[in-house]
Ligand binder design. Structure first.
Ligand code: NAD
Ligand code: MN
Length: 345
Protein backbone atom coordinates (compact mmCIF):
# COMPACT_ATOMS: atom_id res chain seq x y z
CA UNK A 1 0.00 0.00 0.00
CA UNK A 2 1.14 3.50 -0.92
CA UNK A 3 -1.36 5.17 1.37
CA UNK A 4 -3.95 4.27 3.95
CA UNK A 5 -7.38 5.83 3.68
CA UNK A 6 -9.02 5.91 7.13
CA UNK A 7 -12.70 6.78 7.58
CA UNK A 8 -13.39 8.59 10.87
CA UNK A 9 -16.87 8.40 12.39
CA UNK A 10 -16.77 9.95 15.88
CA UNK A 11 -20.63 9.94 16.02
CA UNK A 12 -22.01 10.90 19.47
CA UNK A 13 -20.95 11.91 22.97
CA UNK A 14 -17.42 11.05 24.01
CA UNK A 15 -16.90 9.46 20.58
CA UNK A 16 -16.08 13.03 19.51
CA UNK A 17 -13.51 13.33 22.27
CA UNK A 18 -11.71 10.01 21.88
CA UNK A 19 -11.61 9.55 18.09
CA UNK A 20 -9.50 12.72 17.58
CA UNK A 21 -7.05 11.28 20.12
CA UNK A 22 -6.85 8.04 18.13
CA UNK A 23 -6.25 10.04 14.97
CA UNK A 24 -3.40 12.02 16.53
CA UNK A 25 -1.82 8.77 17.70
CA UNK A 26 -1.93 7.33 14.18
CA UNK A 27 -0.43 10.54 12.81
CA UNK A 28 2.47 10.27 15.25
CA UNK A 29 3.57 6.90 13.81
CA UNK A 30 5.36 8.53 10.91
CA UNK A 31 6.99 6.21 8.41
CA UNK A 32 5.99 2.99 10.26
CA UNK A 33 2.81 2.98 8.21
CA UNK A 34 1.84 4.24 4.74
CA UNK A 35 0.88 7.87 4.29
CA UNK A 36 -2.46 8.49 6.00
CA UNK A 37 -5.50 10.04 4.45
CA UNK A 38 -8.41 10.74 6.81
CA UNK A 39 -12.02 11.02 5.69
CA UNK A 40 -14.38 12.67 8.19
CA UNK A 41 -17.79 11.03 8.18
CA UNK A 42 -21.07 11.65 9.92
CA UNK A 43 -23.48 9.29 11.68
CA UNK A 44 -25.26 9.01 15.00
CA UNK A 45 -28.27 9.93 17.05
CA UNK A 46 -27.51 13.63 17.11
CA UNK A 47 -27.33 13.64 13.32
CA UNK A 48 -30.66 11.80 13.32
CA UNK A 49 -32.31 14.46 15.48
CA UNK A 50 -31.05 17.14 13.09
CA UNK A 51 -31.61 15.47 9.74
CA UNK A 52 -33.87 12.46 10.30
CA UNK A 53 -31.17 10.00 9.28
CA UNK A 54 -28.66 8.28 11.57
CA UNK A 55 -26.56 6.72 8.84
CA UNK A 56 -26.47 8.73 5.61
CA UNK A 57 -25.94 6.80 2.39
CA UNK A 58 -22.90 9.05 1.67
CA UNK A 59 -21.22 7.75 4.82
CA UNK A 60 -21.70 4.13 3.78
CA UNK A 61 -20.51 4.80 0.23
CA UNK A 62 -17.47 6.80 1.41
CA UNK A 63 -16.56 4.00 3.83
CA UNK A 64 -16.57 1.49 1.01
CA UNK A 65 -13.83 3.60 -0.62
CA UNK A 66 -11.68 3.53 2.54
CA UNK A 67 -9.13 0.90 3.58
CA UNK A 68 -10.33 0.91 7.17
CA UNK A 69 -12.22 3.07 9.67
CA UNK A 70 -12.51 4.19 13.26
CA UNK A 71 -15.92 4.51 14.90
CA UNK A 72 -16.54 6.36 18.19
CA UNK A 73 -19.88 5.60 19.83
CA UNK A 74 -23.55 6.24 19.30
CA UNK A 75 -26.20 7.29 21.78
CA UNK A 76 -29.08 4.94 21.20
CA UNK A 77 -32.06 5.86 23.36
CA UNK A 78 -33.58 2.99 25.34
CA UNK A 79 -37.09 4.01 24.33
CA UNK A 80 -38.28 3.39 20.80
CA UNK A 81 -37.80 6.40 18.53
CA UNK A 82 -39.76 6.16 15.28
CA UNK A 83 -37.47 6.01 12.29
CA UNK A 84 -34.28 5.61 14.31
CA UNK A 85 -32.08 2.56 14.23
CA UNK A 86 -28.50 2.31 15.55
CA UNK A 87 -25.98 3.14 12.81
CA UNK A 88 -23.31 0.87 14.24
CA UNK A 89 -25.56 -2.18 14.07
CA UNK A 90 -26.47 -1.19 10.49
CA UNK A 91 -22.83 -0.59 9.51
CA UNK A 92 -21.73 -3.98 10.79
CA UNK A 93 -24.37 -5.53 8.54
CA UNK A 94 -23.83 -3.22 5.57
CA UNK A 95 -20.06 -3.85 5.43
CA UNK A 96 -20.46 -7.50 6.50
CA UNK A 97 -18.22 -6.97 9.51
CA UNK A 98 -19.19 -10.32 10.94
CA UNK A 99 -16.69 -10.50 13.79
CA UNK A 100 -16.32 -8.20 16.75
CA UNK A 101 -12.94 -8.91 18.25
CA UNK A 102 -12.43 -7.61 21.78
CA UNK A 103 -9.13 -8.29 23.50
CA UNK A 104 -9.25 -7.73 27.25
CA UNK A 105 -5.87 -7.76 28.94
CA UNK A 106 -4.63 -6.43 32.24
CA UNK A 107 -1.32 -4.61 32.36
CA UNK A 108 1.01 -6.50 34.70
CA UNK A 109 2.96 -4.33 37.16
CA UNK A 110 6.20 -5.75 35.89
CA UNK A 111 6.47 -5.84 32.07
CA UNK A 112 8.00 -9.35 32.33
CA UNK A 113 5.08 -10.82 34.30
CA UNK A 114 2.06 -12.48 32.74
CA UNK A 115 -1.14 -10.50 33.38
CA UNK A 116 -3.93 -12.32 35.27
CA UNK A 117 -6.45 -11.39 32.57
CA UNK A 118 -5.47 -11.93 28.95
CA UNK A 119 -8.36 -13.02 26.79
CA UNK A 120 -10.14 -12.19 23.56
CA UNK A 121 -13.90 -12.14 23.19
CA UNK A 122 -14.84 -13.04 19.62
CA UNK A 123 -18.42 -11.91 19.23
CA UNK A 124 -20.65 -12.81 16.28
CA UNK A 125 -21.70 -9.46 14.91
CA UNK A 126 -24.58 -9.88 12.46
CA UNK A 127 -27.35 -12.00 13.94
CA UNK A 128 -28.74 -13.45 17.20
CA UNK A 129 -31.33 -11.10 18.79
CA UNK A 130 -29.66 -8.14 17.02
CA UNK A 131 -31.58 -8.90 13.83
CA UNK A 132 -34.10 -6.74 15.68
CA UNK A 133 -37.23 -8.51 14.54
CA UNK A 134 -39.46 -7.60 17.44
CA UNK A 135 -43.22 -7.58 17.44
CA UNK A 136 -45.72 -6.35 19.96
CA UNK A 137 -49.20 -7.87 19.92
CA UNK A 138 -52.19 -7.66 22.23
CA UNK A 139 -52.62 -10.90 24.17
CA UNK A 140 -55.31 -12.22 26.46
CA UNK A 141 -53.64 -10.72 29.55
CA UNK A 142 -52.09 -7.59 28.08
CA UNK A 143 -49.34 -6.89 25.58
CA UNK A 144 -47.00 -9.61 24.38
CA UNK A 145 -43.56 -8.91 22.92
CA UNK A 146 -41.69 -11.41 20.79
CA UNK A 147 -38.25 -11.34 19.21
CA UNK A 148 -36.61 -13.52 16.60
CA UNK A 149 -33.23 -14.94 17.49
CA UNK A 150 -31.45 -15.93 14.31
CA UNK A 151 -28.47 -18.29 14.40
CA UNK A 152 -27.19 -19.62 11.08
CA UNK A 153 -24.68 -22.29 10.28
CA UNK A 154 -22.81 -19.93 7.94
CA UNK A 155 -22.38 -17.17 10.51
CA UNK A 156 -21.51 -19.64 13.27
CA UNK A 157 -18.90 -21.31 11.08
CA UNK A 158 -17.19 -18.12 10.00
CA UNK A 159 -17.08 -16.68 13.52
CA UNK A 160 -15.83 -20.04 14.78
CA UNK A 161 -13.06 -20.07 12.18
CA UNK A 162 -12.11 -16.53 13.14
CA UNK A 163 -11.81 -17.67 16.77
CA UNK A 164 -9.60 -20.63 15.79
CA UNK A 165 -7.41 -18.38 13.65
CA UNK A 166 -6.97 -15.90 16.51
CA UNK A 167 -6.17 -18.75 18.90
CA UNK A 168 -3.45 -20.00 16.53
CA UNK A 169 -1.66 -16.68 16.97
CA UNK A 170 -1.74 -16.80 20.79
CA UNK A 171 0.51 -18.74 23.14
CA UNK A 172 -2.22 -20.80 24.83
CA UNK A 173 -4.21 -21.67 21.70
CA UNK A 174 -7.49 -22.32 23.46
CA UNK A 175 -11.02 -21.61 22.26
CA UNK A 176 -14.03 -21.69 24.60
CA UNK A 177 -17.50 -21.77 23.02
CA UNK A 178 -19.98 -19.77 25.10
CA UNK A 179 -23.56 -20.98 24.77
CA UNK A 180 -26.76 -21.98 26.54
CA UNK A 181 -27.57 -25.17 24.62
CA UNK A 182 -28.88 -26.84 27.72
CA UNK A 183 -31.96 -24.60 27.39
CA UNK A 184 -31.79 -23.22 23.84
CA UNK A 185 -30.91 -26.51 22.21
CA UNK A 186 -31.95 -25.44 18.70
CA UNK A 187 -30.36 -21.97 18.36
CA UNK A 188 -27.39 -22.25 20.70
CA UNK A 189 -27.24 -25.93 19.82
CA UNK A 190 -26.55 -25.02 16.20
CA UNK A 191 -23.95 -22.43 17.20
CA UNK A 192 -22.16 -24.90 19.48
CA UNK A 193 -22.21 -27.89 17.14
CA UNK A 194 -21.16 -25.90 14.07
CA UNK A 195 -18.06 -24.64 15.89
CA UNK A 196 -17.31 -28.05 17.38
CA UNK A 197 -17.25 -29.46 13.84
CA UNK A 198 -14.69 -26.96 12.52
CA UNK A 199 -11.46 -28.78 13.50
CA UNK A 200 -12.42 -32.02 11.68
CA UNK A 201 -12.85 -30.08 8.44
CA UNK A 202 -9.64 -28.06 8.87
CA UNK A 203 -7.21 -30.67 7.45
CA UNK A 204 -5.17 -30.55 10.60
CA UNK A 205 -4.82 -26.76 10.68
CA UNK A 206 -6.47 -26.49 14.10
CA UNK A 207 -5.01 -29.67 15.62
CA UNK A 208 -2.99 -27.62 18.08
CA UNK A 209 -5.99 -25.64 19.33
CA UNK A 210 -7.65 -26.82 22.52
CA UNK A 211 -11.43 -26.60 22.27
CA UNK A 212 -13.50 -26.04 25.41
CA UNK A 213 -17.06 -24.94 26.04
CA UNK A 214 -18.94 -23.29 28.87
CA UNK A 215 -22.55 -22.38 29.52
CA UNK A 216 -22.88 -18.60 29.49
CA UNK A 217 -24.05 -17.94 33.03
CA UNK A 218 -21.38 -20.07 34.67
CA UNK A 219 -18.91 -18.64 32.15
CA UNK A 220 -19.52 -15.17 33.62
CA UNK A 221 -19.18 -16.55 37.15
CA UNK A 222 -15.86 -18.20 36.30
CA UNK A 223 -14.73 -15.10 34.40
CA UNK A 224 -14.98 -13.14 37.64
CA UNK A 225 -13.46 -15.85 39.86
CA UNK A 226 -10.70 -17.20 37.64
CA UNK A 227 -10.30 -15.08 34.50
CA UNK A 228 -6.97 -16.76 33.79
CA UNK A 229 -8.77 -19.92 32.55
CA UNK A 230 -9.89 -18.12 29.39
CA UNK A 231 -7.98 -17.43 26.21
CA UNK A 232 -10.33 -16.97 23.21
CA UNK A 233 -14.06 -16.90 24.03
CA UNK A 234 -16.37 -17.22 21.04
CA UNK A 235 -20.00 -16.24 21.53
CA UNK A 236 -23.25 -15.36 19.80
CA UNK A 237 -23.90 -11.63 19.50
CA UNK A 238 -25.76 -10.85 22.76
CA UNK A 239 -23.64 -13.04 25.07
CA UNK A 240 -20.50 -11.61 23.46
CA UNK A 241 -21.70 -8.06 24.04
CA UNK A 242 -22.39 -8.72 27.72
CA UNK A 243 -19.28 -10.80 28.41
CA UNK A 244 -16.94 -8.20 26.96
CA UNK A 245 -18.37 -5.38 29.10
CA UNK A 246 -18.13 -7.68 32.12
CA UNK A 247 -14.53 -8.55 31.29
CA UNK A 248 -13.78 -4.82 30.99
CA UNK A 249 -14.57 -4.48 34.69
CA UNK A 250 -11.74 -6.93 35.45
CA UNK A 251 -9.15 -4.64 33.89
CA UNK A 252 -10.34 -1.44 35.55
CA UNK A 253 -12.47 0.45 33.06
CA UNK A 254 -14.51 0.27 29.89
CA UNK A 255 -12.32 3.19 28.86
CA UNK A 256 -9.46 0.73 28.27
CA UNK A 257 -11.02 -1.95 26.10
CA UNK A 258 -10.65 -1.78 22.31
CA UNK A 259 -12.32 -3.74 19.57
CA UNK A 260 -12.39 -4.16 15.83
CA UNK A 261 -15.33 -5.05 13.67
CA UNK A 262 -13.81 -7.26 11.03
CA UNK A 263 -15.02 -8.81 7.81
CA UNK A 264 -13.09 -10.47 5.02
CA UNK A 265 -12.46 -7.15 3.25
CA UNK A 266 -12.75 -4.36 5.81
CA UNK A 267 -11.82 -3.55 9.38
CA UNK A 268 -13.29 -0.89 11.65
CA UNK A 269 -11.81 -0.07 15.05
CA UNK A 270 -14.26 0.86 17.79
CA UNK A 271 -13.85 1.27 21.55
CA UNK A 272 -16.11 -1.15 23.43
CA UNK A 273 -17.64 1.66 25.49
CA UNK A 274 -20.64 3.77 24.51
CA UNK A 275 -21.14 7.52 24.26
CA UNK A 276 -21.00 7.99 28.07
CA UNK A 277 -23.49 10.88 28.37
CA UNK A 278 -22.67 11.13 32.10
CA UNK A 279 -19.19 12.50 31.37
CA UNK A 280 -19.67 13.95 27.88
CA UNK A 281 -18.19 17.39 27.17
CA UNK A 282 -16.01 17.55 30.28
CA UNK A 283 -12.76 16.55 28.62
CA UNK A 284 -12.25 13.61 30.98
CA UNK A 285 -13.10 10.64 28.74
CA UNK A 286 -10.40 8.00 28.73
CA UNK A 287 -8.95 7.95 25.20
CA UNK A 288 -7.00 4.70 25.68
CA UNK A 289 -9.75 2.36 24.41
CA UNK A 290 -9.99 4.37 21.19
CA UNK A 291 -6.20 4.57 20.85
CA UNK A 292 -5.90 0.81 21.37
CA UNK A 293 -8.68 0.32 18.80
CA UNK A 294 -6.54 2.19 16.28
CA UNK A 295 -3.65 -0.16 17.11
CA UNK A 296 -5.88 -3.20 16.75
CA UNK A 297 -7.08 -1.91 13.39
CA UNK A 298 -3.44 -1.62 12.23
CA UNK A 299 -2.73 -5.13 13.51
CA UNK A 300 -5.54 -6.49 11.33
CA UNK A 301 -4.05 -4.69 8.34
CA UNK A 302 -0.73 -6.43 9.10
CA UNK A 303 1.10 -3.41 10.49
CA UNK A 304 2.05 -5.31 13.62
CA UNK A 305 5.17 -3.26 14.45
CA UNK A 306 3.22 0.01 14.42
CA UNK A 307 0.46 -1.59 16.53
CA UNK A 308 3.05 -2.86 19.01
CA UNK A 309 4.49 0.64 19.34
CA UNK A 310 1.10 2.09 20.27
CA UNK A 311 0.28 -0.75 22.68
CA UNK A 312 3.64 -0.42 24.37
CA UNK A 313 3.19 3.32 24.86
CA UNK A 314 -0.33 2.84 26.25
CA UNK A 315 0.81 0.09 28.62
CA UNK A 316 3.63 2.30 29.90
CA UNK A 317 1.21 5.12 30.66
CA UNK A 318 -1.06 2.70 32.56
CA UNK A 319 1.83 1.04 34.38
CA UNK A 320 3.37 4.35 35.47
CA UNK A 321 -0.05 5.43 36.75
CA UNK A 322 0.81 9.15 36.83
CA UNK A 323 -1.42 10.40 34.03
CA UNK A 324 -4.83 8.71 34.21
CA UNK A 325 -8.42 9.85 33.71
CA UNK A 326 -10.93 9.70 36.62
CA UNK A 327 -12.39 6.30 35.55
CA UNK A 328 -9.01 4.86 36.58
CA UNK A 329 -8.78 6.91 39.76
CA UNK A 330 -6.66 9.70 38.27
CA UNK A 331 -7.41 13.37 37.73
CA UNK A 332 -5.97 13.92 34.26
CA UNK A 333 -7.80 15.12 31.19
CA UNK A 334 -8.26 13.28 27.89
CA UNK A 335 -5.72 15.63 26.30
CA UNK A 336 -3.09 14.97 28.99
CA UNK A 337 -3.41 11.20 28.61
CA UNK A 338 -3.06 11.57 24.85
CA UNK A 339 0.07 13.69 25.33
CA UNK A 340 1.53 11.08 27.66
CA UNK A 341 0.97 8.40 25.00
CA UNK A 342 2.44 10.57 22.23
CA UNK A 343 5.52 11.31 24.34
CA UNK A 344 6.17 7.58 24.80
CA UNK A 345 5.70 6.83 21.12
P1 NAD B 1 -21.28 3.59 28.31
O1 NAD B 1 -20.27 2.59 27.87
O2 NAD B 1 -21.45 4.79 27.48
O3 NAD B 1 -20.91 4.05 29.79
C1 NAD B 1 -20.90 3.15 30.90
C2 NAD B 1 -20.10 3.78 32.05
O4 NAD B 1 -18.70 3.73 31.73
C3 NAD B 1 -20.41 5.26 32.27
O5 NAD B 1 -20.35 5.53 33.64
C4 NAD B 1 -19.31 5.99 31.54
O6 NAD B 1 -19.01 7.26 32.05
C5 NAD B 1 -18.14 5.04 31.69
N1 NAD B 1 -17.24 5.12 30.53
C6 NAD B 1 -17.46 4.56 29.31
N2 NAD B 1 -16.46 4.87 28.48
C7 NAD B 1 -15.60 5.64 29.17
C8 NAD B 1 -14.36 6.30 28.83
N3 NAD B 1 -13.80 6.21 27.62
N4 NAD B 1 -13.76 7.03 29.80
C9 NAD B 1 -14.29 7.12 31.02
N5 NAD B 1 -15.45 6.53 31.40
C10 NAD B 1 -16.08 5.79 30.49
O7 NAD B 1 -22.64 2.80 28.45
P2 NAD B 1 -24.12 3.36 28.78
O8 NAD B 1 -24.02 4.50 29.72
O9 NAD B 1 -24.92 2.19 29.13
O10 NAD B 1 -24.63 3.89 27.38
C11 NAD B 1 -24.60 5.25 26.99
C12 NAD B 1 -25.04 5.35 25.54
O11 NAD B 1 -24.09 4.70 24.70
C13 NAD B 1 -26.38 4.69 25.24
O12 NAD B 1 -27.11 5.54 24.41
C14 NAD B 1 -26.01 3.42 24.52
O13 NAD B 1 -26.98 3.03 23.59
C15 NAD B 1 -24.75 3.81 23.84
N6 NAD B 1 -23.84 2.70 23.55
C16 NAD B 1 -23.25 2.69 22.32
C17 NAD B 1 -22.32 1.72 22.01
C18 NAD B 1 -21.67 1.77 20.66
O14 NAD B 1 -21.68 2.80 20.02
N7 NAD B 1 -21.12 0.69 20.18
C19 NAD B 1 -21.98 0.75 22.94
C20 NAD B 1 -22.57 0.80 24.21
C21 NAD B 1 -23.50 1.78 24.49
MN1 MN C 1 -21.92 -3.16 24.26
Amino acid sequence: RQSLKVGLIPADGIGREVIPAARRTLEALGSDIPKLQFVDLDAGFELFTKTGTALPEETVQALKECDCALFGAVSSPSRKVTGYSSPIVALRKELDLYANIRPVAAVAENPEDKPNVDLVVVRENTECLYVKQEVLTPGEHGLEARATRLITERASRRIGKMAFEIALGRPRKQVTIIHKSNVLSVTDGLFRQTIRDIPQASEGRYDGVKLEEQIVDSAVYRLFREPQIYDVMVAPNLYGDIISDAAAALVGSLGLVPSVNAGDNFVMGEPVHGSAPDIEGRGIANPLAAIRSAALMLRHLNYAAAADRIDKAVNEVIREGQVLTPDLGGSSKTEEVLDAVLKRL
